[in-house]
Design a protein around this ligand. Structure first.
Ligand code: PLP
Length: 297
């Protein structure tokens, strides 16, 4: 595979002074060389945030939406206010430095910095080739619902639990995939302890009921998905009704079609839920996939 590109962001904080005209706040570095310290709080505590961005034919998709969500996550974790102009330029530079490829995935990471340091966040953007998600788009994915252990109103009642921030603490988001595999499935749909459907561990849920498309409300301690938002824009432009709802798992089981969507995989139809076969809407999946993959901003 072509080498990944890595950009280290030296001035992540808003208002940090530039040392001169050559100091743009970030620099392209050798991705093979170590750049993160062993006492970095992102490493020792998973204390930080990230974004995953798709890059299609060199264009970073939904960059502004990702930067907005990064700033929101930073605020939820009481991290310093980030200089989004530096982050934007760093993402574009990391993508531009990569060899041309149809599909790249960019990972933008911000940590609380090093233990005992001055609190300056550590930040970088790495861009690498991503596996082609087309097979799962054709075949669909088997999904199991798993209890996330929080009520649907956790973001409101207990904001310190950081539900809805895209934190680096994704060990649970990975362990649920191993649980899914033990149950013979590919992916997971999180459900709140009081029975409401939330999101996947790395994707948003879209459900079709008749001609209406619905996604769980984004105030339920889940991420506001950039891909889900883009899909809804496409649907609305076609005059199709969309809505954000409080959806019980029982209601989701009545859906005519279900998808998981995210920046990396774009769109994957659900072909079974908790062992029950689900009809894959191949035509609509391809139509939405074309629109999502076709995004050049
Ligand atoms: N929900 C979670 C928990 C995620 O980690 C992600 C993305 O990785 C998403 C939803 C989908 O967000 P996006 O479409 O912006 O990639």
């Amino acid at each position: 595979a072509p080498a990944a590109t890595l950009v280290v962001i030296d001035r992540p904080e808003l208002g940090s002074p530039s040392s001169g005209p050559d100091d743009v706040g970030f620099r392209l570095v050798d991705p093979e060389q170590p750049t993160v310290h062993v006492t970095d709080l992102g490493v020792t505590r998973g204390d930080g945030i990230f974004e995953g961005l798709g890059v299609v034919d060199g264009a970073v998709q939904a960059l502004e939406a990702h930067l907005r969500r990064l700033a929101r996550s930073a605020a939820m974790l009481d991290l310093p206010e980030l200089d989004l102009d530096v982050f934007r330029a760093a993402c574009l530079a990391s993508a531009a430095a990569h060899e041309p490829a149809p599909f790249l995935l960019q990972k933008l990471v911000v940590t609380r910095g090093v233990e005992g340091g001055d609190g300056t966040p550590t930040a970088w953007v790495r861009t690498a080739v991503m596996d082609d998600p087309a097979p799962e788009r054709r075949e669909g994915i088997a999904v199991v619902s798993l209890d996330r252990g929080y009520r649907h109103d956790v973001a409101e009642t207990s904001p310190w639990l950081l539900q809805g921030a895209k934190t680096l603490s994704y060990a649970v988001n990975r362990s649920v995939l191993r649980e899914a595999a033990r149950r013979g499935a590919d992916d997971v749909l999180f459900v709140s302890s009081d029975g409401y459907t939330l999101e996947g561990p790395s994707a948003s849920l879209i459900a079709r009921f008749g001609d209406r498309y619905t996604t769980p409300r984004t105030d339920l301690g889940i991420l506001a998905g950039t891909t889900q938002a883009a899909a809804f824009e496409v649907l609305e432009a076609r005059g199709i009704p969309v809505s954000y709802e409080l959806l019980t798992l029982d209601r989701v089981r009545e859906a005519d079609a279900l998808w998981l969507v995210s920046s990396g995989r774009q769109i994957a139809p659900i072909s079974s839920l908790d062992g029950a076969a689900w009809t894959v809407d191949g035509v609509e999946t391809e139509r939405l996939a074309d629109a999502l993959i076709g995004r050049r901003e």
